[in-house]
Write a protein that binds this ligand. Structure first.
Ligand code: NZQ
Ligand code: ZN
Length: 388
């Protein structure tokens, strides 16, 4: 194992009715709160009313920023920063999925930065101070509710950039699985693919002797694989939503990288380029790209893919080469996602090869891509071509 620090300051309130904890988290009455939400799902499913009831009880002064886009945009972050300054906001409350939370994280650090917050997002400047942030999660997918990462799109530049800061952890997150029972089928599938990708990308590390973490990851994947098909057939099930919601948070809150080199996030980097150009759902892009990334890597070194195939997809190794085991495992993963209804080709999003060079270029927004396998431009081009 490698030496590591395990640190996660986010207080997680999980379970039915936990919204009542919001009063306690607000602390003092009369707080000035920026309520950040998306395109209106929270008004249709009652979550907005439940949150407002708590805020009213605490006599909070509420300012609203609505309309946060899926794949949230810099312009909305800037709007939020201006509102915080004008209104003397003391706490940001994000109510929604990963997009809303990521937008709120960028607002929270941007308020105290004199220049353009894009500098922090592109890592040209460090965040030095942040407004406290609380979240009420309504979609199980990204893990943003318990990590310090945020992904923001500069639409005019077609750039989607991930950034992180020790200041970007939410102070508290409230997770009531009941709030996720209204997530539509497609977003439920994308969320499942996203959280599985987070585990898988961490799984592709090259650190020796990390059996505990490897088994945590295998257990997380097995749990999702068991629950997901049942949930797809029964979107209202509280018990299945509960399992998936907890899995999504644990998949990407730092614990699955303890002691390893952190894994390989090339697929995420390539996907961010894809959704920067085509504005497609993040989990949909991953469903297409990730098995092709695995295939590309396994052709060179199948060892880790074979381990996964045996541990998670119960592939019997007798009489097979390591490569055969690996390829069978990759096929099973692809079949599993397809069986849920996830897309398998870029053509499913009407994407062809016309902008492939631009997509290769967008994947290299960071100096290097990949760690389990360092990507060259040719490798990224190969993965994208296999995905068409
Ligand atoms: O906008 P509203 O009306 O709220 O509707 C949303 C949106 O249309 C809807 N939705 C959310 N909760 C719902 C609901 N509909 C009905 N009932 C509910 N309870 O779902 C749609 C998608 O929401 P969004 O927040 O965009 O999805 P997700 O949570 O998948 O977030 C995606 C964003 O997170 C980034 C992605 O790149 C993308 O920009 N990521 C963030 C990460 C992080 N911060 O750690 C890591 C991830 O890898 C990812 O890159
Ligand atoms: Zn993701």
């Amino acid at each position: 194992m490698q030496s590591f620090l395990q640190y996660n300051p986010t207080k997680l309130w999980f379970g039915l009715g936990q919204i009542e904890r919001l009063q306690q988290e607000l602390g003092t009455p009369g707080k000035r709160v920026l309520l950040v939400y998306g395109g209106g799902s929270i008004k249709q499913n009652g979550v907005y009313d439940a949150v407002m009831e708590q805020l009213e009880w605490m006599k909070a002064h509420v300012v609203e920023l609505s309309g946060v886009e899926s794949n949230p945009r810099l312009t909305t972050v800037q709007k939020g920063i201006a509102l915080c300054r004008e209104e003397g906001i003391e706490l940001i409350l994000a109510v929604g999925g990963g997009s809303v939370i990521d937008c709120a994280k960028a607002i929270s650090v941007g308020v105290y930065y004199e220049g353009d917050v894009w500098d922090i997002i592109t890592r040209k400047a460090e965040a030095t101070r942040a407004l406290p942030l609380g979240t009420v999660l309504t979609l199980a997918a990204t893990g943003s509710e318990m990590n310090n990462i945020s992904v923001i799109t500069h639409w005019d530049k077609n750039e989607k950039r991930g950034w992180s800061s020790p200041l970007a952890y939410p102070a508290f997150s409230i997770l009531d699985p009941m709030y996720t029972t209204t997530v539509p089928l497609d977003q439920t599938i994308y969320g499942i693919v996203d959280m599985m990708s987070h585990v898988l990308e961490q799984y592709f590390h090259r650190t020796d002797n990390a059996p505990m973490i490897d088994r945590y990851m295998e257990a997380t994947l097995l749990t999702i694989i068991e629950a997901a098909p049942k949930l797809i057939a029964d979107l209202q099930s509280y018990e299945l939503r509960e399992t998936i919601m907890y899995a999504g948070t644990m998949a990407f809150n730092g614990q699955l990288s303890c002691g390893t080199d952190g894994g390989d996030w090339a697929s995420h980097q390539i996907e961010h380029g894809l959704s920067a150009v085509y504005d497609i759902p993040h989990g949909g892009g991953l469903a297409v790209l990730f098995p092709n990334w695995m295939q590309h890597c396994a052709e060179e070194d199948p060892s880790r893919m074979a381990k996964l195939a045996k541990a998670v997809f119960a592939i019997q190794p007798e009489g097979k080469t390591e490569a055969e085991i690996a390829f069978e495992g990759i096929r099973r993963l692809r079949d599993f996602w397809n069986s849920l209804g996830a897309p398998s080709r870029l053509a499913d999003f009407q994407i062809n090869d016309s902008r492939i060079e631009e997509l290769v270029h967008k994947s290299f927004m960071k100096p290097s891509v990949g760690q389990y396998k360092i990507m060259t431009r040719e490798s990224v081009r190969d993965i994208l071509t296999r995905s068409l």
